[in-house]
Design a protein around this ligand. Sequence first.
Ligand SMILES: [Fe+2]
Length: 450
Amino acid sequence: MGAALRGLPLAAWAYVCTVVALGTSCIALSSFDHMDWTTLAVLAVLSVICESVPALLSSASARVSLSYSAGLASVVLLGPVGAALVGASAVVTGRRDVALVKRVFNGAQFALSGYLAGVVYRVAGGTVGLPSNGSFPAIIPPYVAALVTYVAVNLGLIAVILVLVEQAPLWGFRWGPVGQLASGQLAYGMFGLLIAAPWGVVGPFSAVLVLLPMFIARWALEQTQAQQEAQAATIAALCQAVETKDYYTRGHSERVSRGAAMIAREIGMRPDRVGAVRYAGMLHDVGKLGVPTKVLQKSGALTEEEFAAIQLHPMRGLEIVRDIGFLDEALAGIMHHHERMDGTGYPMGLAGSEIPEFARVISVADAFDSMTSTRSYRPAMSLEAGMTELRRCAGTHFDPALVEAFVTAVERDGWTRPDPVAPPEGEETAQQDHDDPSVPLRVAGEGVRS
Ligand SMILES: [Fe+2]
């Protein structure tokens, strides 16, 4: 919003001025008798710290501010005017990216939210001041009423400015994210009561007691997110390296990954295993990096050595990614994705249930994507023909239960085939596809091998 405010439409300026005038009058027209200035100062500082920190701890999807908890604590401890002053402290923030006009608006709208929440708290029977043992559970209904008011006024005021800035009709506004934000703010707002409750015993330290674990939890979450992003980037880089070897296999890893996950979900795999099979699908052919490109792109029959080089790619794949710790079970899927149910596959010639489940899952998705994609030596099969071919080979090549699970999932959720575009002039392409069960590999002097 910061950048958009520079060229504010007139209606938005008028709205900002109105909110600032209302926020200021809430404070200016009130009496400050019996105000606990020390508590107010502590809560205002706390609010500013919380408002400044989200810049460090924000996640892309939701930027929920912990300052809500300070605002709501001040409703209980200080009443409407105190809550308005604590809210107004949002004018001062450590975030350098926030424009002055936005700070002033923020301060005003937080002041209004705090003031109105304080009024509602009182009207609903809440007592302003330090809560005692006797305050519970009677304090909860007025607190919840104040909390809902605070969130509704705060998000309502923000939604209106967004509509005015974007000059979009109210009904065209993206209300989904606002709903998501509201639930987050309601949850964080409850921490206000946790801060206020022990204030009489431990004083301002109660804020540290409540908020420190929150900060640590959010920090840990950030670390996990960063680690997951790094893993995804590593895998994407490896996939890209493999797919540069052959124009026709671009996007193949991604589609095999999606297909493997569809099967996994269909047979009721645990979510963490679905995630692992997704990785395995992405990386199943990473071993192609260890197979000479001229072998992969050779037209005509392969020599025994070339065929052996292609057969080595699952083992090469395992060697390449073996030390990536988070892959665990995915490694078995990569190593055995060319085994066949009848035991005639490679590299180990495992049969039936000896073949790891991940490998049996990937094998189905891999063959289906290969058959339904265009190759230099044949056009793409239709989805129906691909599914018929999978069923024809069920029991000999594929696990019949997984073929049925895949067909069910594809018929229900659909499947996107890659565009049948011809490769640009001079682009290298493979003349045979080791994943294609409909056209087995040709080996010189020995007919065909699958
Ligand atoms: Fe393969």
